[in-house]
Ligand binder design. Structure first.
Ligand SMILES: *[C@@H]1O[C@H](CO)[C@@H](O)[C@H](O)[C@H]1NC(C)=O
Ligand SMILES: *[C@@H]1O[C@H](CO)[C@@H](O)[C@H](O)[C@H]1NC(C)=O
Length: 656
């Protein structure tokens, strides 16, 4: 199918004569200003009637065109106006609209078939609107440069009339709407509200629906542990679903702390369990198709809208969308279900986690300007929008035990014991210095933060299968593959690591050096920053069983224990390797003890363990958790970090 057929546009003026209907409401409509429509590949058709109602642009909703073979939607501005208008529209008026749309579609086909200079002589378009239509037409140019420029020019409009944004929203194609969503400071009116969701039976709760979706997915290629929990969930449900509505059937009773009070489990919790299982499914390519085919996009959207107040549910959902977006064949379905509008909005969130999940999903959708694909757990903190700034180097942030892609790298906040509820709430903490400070100090960087499970979500430790506990070699391999897909290795690289993340970085570099496909990653590495990395083990590992158990899964602790053979070998082979490759190295070591639980304070990584044996080692007056969380932009750790990066990349960044 040609590009022209990919999206059709029409702009027509329909005179006042049209509004001579008996219906009172309809009489109020003086003029139908614009009728536009767009057709997306994949058989989904958006049609909107822009109606000038008492000099206000208003979008009407009618079911008229839903009788078309193609599924179609007519949008409304607000639910309230929708209901009022719907009641007021007679069958005859609907028919009129219906016919107008047909004409619109025919005319739109012509519009895109005609060469650019002839287009406007055939259509009666106001002169001041020509620019908009011309831009729209250019967004479909075969020439990529022209296309991207047109999207950029569209996005630069901040003072249009409301209906002009809406016209573009309805008329543009899939690539353009994704491009607009990834444009900085774009007007939100470029995005249509998502199509109305299919009606659901009141009998069914979202839990039921999630359960339904999960049970319809194959159990193949899944983590043993996910299989275990899903099967437990399904078994539980068939026995006791009716009796324990609202109970934790989704993820089985026994393993969970709520076991005694099943009925008290908040449905939000249940949904999170189910969504986490769905995340696992969305990592398996063949399952993605099934999720979409079973209406997953719509179900997720419903939950997304119902759970406005749960940041965790919303970002888990966006994470699933991001995983689905890895598959280009699913892009039309994702776009048609209205997700781009929601992602565009989420991208503006002041919460770093929310906007980074949205940025990943949109980057995976944007096949026009992004060559890389960002697998689950790989987040770009900068740039999150399309930019003309050339990217000269990659900075990779790798967190440690109990860390996460975002919360590890936030600015320092009040002292909190780890592993308490408080630490989890801090998920929402917004300031993340690699995004806010580093990106403004060195804009020519791509800043990537990676995340790996250091615990298997909320149902960790309950799975009878021990194999899921991930060792450093396992993670190294997994992460290397993800980074390769994200294009890491093609530019100069600086690694920034905290705690066990540093061991992972060392292991990855060594593994990459033994893999011919990954040699570029080794060669392009310029430097490594270690924040309290236990090169020679951690005292925590030998500490009380309790603290250990609270904090760390067992495999990691074994790997971290002082003088463990694995660590020793890693130490020796890496030191040699780093010197051979001329890597610049900087290490920080904590001087203050960290509070663990209520009673215990200790140096997690003693100074003598934090030195690699090459590069500078700087002990600082902070604890293990705060060492990678500078307080202010002028604090020593940040300044020294920035200096290290600038120095290691001096040749690559160019300039003074
Ligand atoms: C695409 O358009 C640009 C700008 O108009 C032009 O310089 C370039 O030669 C065009 N490329 C192709 C392949 O036509
Ligand atoms: C680390 O490796 C270096 C170089 O082989 C060696 O001198 C040093 O003793 C090792 N340290 C530990 C704690 O194994």
């Amino acid at each position: 199918m040609s590009l022209a057929a990919y999206c059709m546009i029409c702009c027509r003026r329909i005179g006042t004569s049209r509004s001579t209907k008996s219906d009172r409401q309809w009489k109020d409509i003086r003029k139908i200003a614009t009728v536009t429509s767009s057709l997306f590949l994949g058989g989904c058709l958006f049609i909107t009637y822009e109606v000038l109602l008492q000099k206000k642009h208003r979008t009407l909703d009618t079911e008229a065109v839903e009788q078309e073979n193609m599924k179609s939607y007519i949008y409304v501005d607000t639910i309230v106006s929708a209901q009022r208008d719907l009641q007021g529209i007679t069958n005859k008026a609907r028919k009129e609209l219906h016919q107008a749309v047909r004409r619109a579609i025919v005319a739109s086909a012509k519009f895109f078939k005609t060469p650019i200079d002839e287009t406007f002589s055939n259509l009666s378009v106001d002169a001041h609107e020509c620019a908009m239509w011309l831009l729209l037409k250019r967004t479909q140019s075969k020439n990529r440069t022209v296309r991207l420029q047109a999207v950029q020019d569209l996005a630069a409009n901040h003072h249009w009339h409301d209906y002009q944004y809406r016209t573009v929203a309805q008329a543009c194609d899939m690539k353009t709407i994704i491009g607009l969503a990834r444009s900085k400071d774009v007007d939100y009116r470029f995005f249509l509200p998502p199509p109305m969701l299919p009606k659901v039976d009141d009998e069914y709760s979202t839990e039921d629906e999630l359960h339904h979706l999960l049970s319809s997915l194959p159990q193949t290629e899944l983590d043993k542990c996910v299989q275990y929990f899903t099967s437990l969930a399904l078994r539980e449900s068939s026995q006791s679903l009716a009796a324990q509505r609202g109970g934790l059937w989704c993820f089985g009773g026994n393993g969970l702390p709520y076991a005694e009070s099943l009925s008290l489990v908040p449905s939000e919790k249940v949904e999170i369990f189910c969504l986490q299982a769905l995340v696992k499914h969305s990592k398996v390519s063949t399952h993605c198709e099934k999720i979409v085919a079973k209406g997953g996009l719509q179900l997720l959207q419903r939950i997304y809208q119902l759970r406005q107040d749960s940041a965790k549910i919303r970002r888990t959902i966006v994470r699933i969308i991001g995983n689905l977006a890895l598959h280009e064949r699913l892009h039309p379905a994702i776009v048609c279900s209205g997700w781009v509008s929601l992602l565009a909005e989420e991208l503006k969130s002041p919460r770093i986690i929310q906007c980074s999940h949205a940025a990943r999903a949109l980057a995976n959708l944007d096949r026009d300007t992004v060559q890389e694909k960002y697998p689950d757990g790989v987040y770009v903190l900068h740039p999150q929008c399309r930019t003309s700034e050339p990217i000269k180097a990659d900075i990779l942030f790798v967190h440690g035990l109990l860390g996460a892609a975002f919360k590890t790298w936030r600015q320092q906040d009040s002292e909190q014991p780890p592993n308490t509820k408080g630490a989890h709430d801090a998920d929402d903490y917004t300031e993340c210095w690699p995004k806010t400070w580093l990106a403004s100090d060195i804009p020519a960087l791509r800043i990537v933060s990676v995340e790996y499970d250091t615990q298997l979500s909320d149902w960790k430790a309950k799975c009878p299968d021990d194999n899921y506990r991930k060792s450093i070699p396992y993670r190294s391999n997994e992460l290397l593959n993800k980074l390769k897909s994200a294009g890491v290795g093609e530019r100069p690289i600086i690694w920034v690591s905290h705690s066990m993340g540093g061991l992972l970085v060392k292991k990855m570099l060594l593994d990459a050096s033994r893999n011919t496909e990954m040699k570029a990653l080794v060669k392009n590495t310029r430097g490594i920053l270690f924040y309290s990395v236990p090169h020679h083990g951690s005292r925590l590992a030998e500490y009380s069983v309790n603290a250990r158990f609270l904090l760390f899964p067992s495999v990691e602790v074994k790997e971290l224990s002082k003088d463990s053979p694995a660590l020793k070998q890693l130490n020796e082979s890496f030191l040699e390797f780093a010197k051979e490759n001329n890597y610049k190295v900087l290490s920080f070591a904590e001087k203050l003890p960290t509070r663990i639980g209520r009673m215990v304070k200790l140096h997690v990584v003693p100074v003598e363990s934090a030195g690699l044996g090459t590069g500078e080692l700087i002990p600082v007056d902070v604890n293990h958790l705060n060492i990678c969380k500078p307080k202010r932009k002028d604090s020593f750790i940040y300044k020294r970090t920035l200096h290290f990066i600038q120095d290691a990349l001096a040749e690559d960044l160019g300039g003074p």
